[in-house]
Design a protein around this ligand. Sequence first.
Ligand code: ARG
Ligand code: GLU
Length: 720
Amino acid sequence: MLQRIVKPVLLLVLLVLTKCTYATEGMWLPQLLSGLNEKEMKGMGMKITAADIYNINKGSLKDAIVSFGGFCTAEVISEQGLLLTNHHCGYDAIQKHSSLQNNFLENGFWAKSAVEELPNPGLFATFIVRIDDVTKAALQDVKPGMSERERQSAIDKRLNEIKQAARRESWQEVMVKPFYEGNQYFLFVTETYRDVRLVGAPPSAIGKFGSDTDNWVWPRHTGDFSMFRIYAGKDGRPAPYSKDNVPLKPKYALTISLKGLKQNDFTMVLGFPGRTTEYLPSEGVKQTVEVLDAAKVQMRDAALKIMDGYMRKDEQIKIQYAAKYAGTANYWKKWMGEMQGVKQTRGIAKKLQYEDTYRRMMEANPKWKQSYSGILDSLNEYYRQIQPYAQTRDYYSELVKNVEIFTVGDRLINFLNDVHERGEGQYESMRQQFLESMQSFYQNYNASVDHDICASLIDLYAKGVPAPYAGNDFARIWQENNKDGRALADKLYAATSLTSPEKLKAFIQQPYNTVIAQMWSDPATRLVMATRKGFVDNVSKPLADIQANINNLQRTYMQAQMDVMGSKKNFYPDANSTLRVTYGKVDGYNPRDAVHYDFYTYLDGVMEKYIPGDYEFDVPARLIELYKKKDYGRYGVNGRMPVCFIASNHTTGGNSGSPALDAHGRLVGLNFDRTWEGTMSDINFDPSICRNIMVDIRYVLFVIDKYAGCNRLIQEMKII
Ligand code: ARG
Ligand code: GLU
């Protein structure tokens, strides 16, 4: 009897356990995999070893991965330095090479030979040569009781010595970064190549298919890729751009697999994730989603609605504001997903539960109790204290970012300060430069749009920010306008000199002292200065002071968690734009009650979304033709063309362009996004709904080969 009950229950427990015990959460350090993760990775299906991923004695996977311009990831996919990254990572470069006659964004670009590959000044690719733990040396002068500032300068002094002493070749560079909130320090020897040329990009109708509507969304159908090539000096070392440079012979190039993946297959993503905050206390999580995200979303909501209204009516405004709209919408959407995801997965309740367990275990051990008692409570308390200041900071930064008259005002103030520093004698020559530098700003500026955004956002700012923090000067302006944003904006935009290059020129054509005197009478500069002054006088200092206390306690709390909870889980450091490995499994998810999402999309889905002539969902004629003929070559599967897939890899911004690798370490896809419901993985990863989105490598190759006919690139890849 007992037996019969116990057995099914046990089975159930086992099932639940095996389903959830593979971690998938975590952005791991590549040099520590053998100790921490290798066993689990193999358990999940990985067929290679940790030493195949990171090895300082011979070429390994990490030698194929670069930080692309410091904002994305790219990978080497041929013995001639060919790089693969996202279309949205190459976007600026593609745009800069575009003109009305040769619009590469619209039509795509394919270099037919090496001579046609286009240089991109400022763009770079950085390899990681070696990673060393330098914690002991870095912290050697740190004493208990030091203030945050004393501690930092003691560390900085040591870091200088450490960097000087690091073993490296003359063409290599060294950097040291803190991990685990400053409990550990790692040194990176790097190699940066600065001659990176554009090789190919699909038209936006493929590379950016679905645009903002589909951004952060699954099911997805975007061919988000572009290609570059690293060039080196004749000796193979980094060299500034020269037409005599040669394609880089890399230490390692990825092999490409056309096999594709099935449900539950192991995947791994290597790349440079930017920033996460996974170890916030419950108050921090609560504040992030309930207060800070909410404030930022509210401000952007208003700004985006106004932009959209104008963009739909006016073709010129649509062009002027397209990039601003996309930039503002990206994180607006991400934060909304984050708010919803934390709620849906009961993220705050789970944190509280975790903190309970931590507290109980910590207090049961006298040594821990002595070192860590009260830390978590103080940390939560500081989060409560910082809340109004942090909220004001976010309202302020959104105001300044979205109301463009603030941009002009700020630049004007900075310019006048520069003149003050260099001497008034320089005024005339500097004025000319300043006016020229403002030209490109005004090209994409429309005063009516800005007027409406200002009217709306000033209202939200005045209501969202407690009066003492906004300050007296702001309060006076607000009173004068009867606390009405529209009235304020009407008066301001009618009278200010900041709304056009001509008016601005006339304004600063006056003698320097007259301009200075009039800064408080022009209504726009007055508003900009009053708001800035309110922030600096009432918020900056307390914000920084409380933040220093938070940083200090957050570091101790990190150490405490690792000590106390270390037997229950492995800890990975928050993302900090350094090379990480994350692994997971191919799997769908249930975003809502009764809704299930599959893990693969196909070209059929592109055609379902197709809206002829639409600026987000148009499809190039040639792609439709290939679809109709089912002309997929070796890239199709059973008469269908795979496009994107999802898995439970833990990624964030900066992982764009990262390779998705299979169990053998072969390239099967290219990471470019996360699903909306799971963007809270930056503060609270939940394997039930957190998924990263990748474009299938077969779609990438199909576009290069069949769509663009760029066979020379396929030739140089190693495909199995
Ligand atoms: N959401 C992706 C990321 O965070 C892609 C952004 C670019 N695409 C876009 N439609 N705005 O960067
Ligand atoms: N699109 C992001 C990037 O540019 C990656 C998406 C994410 O945040 O996970 O890095």
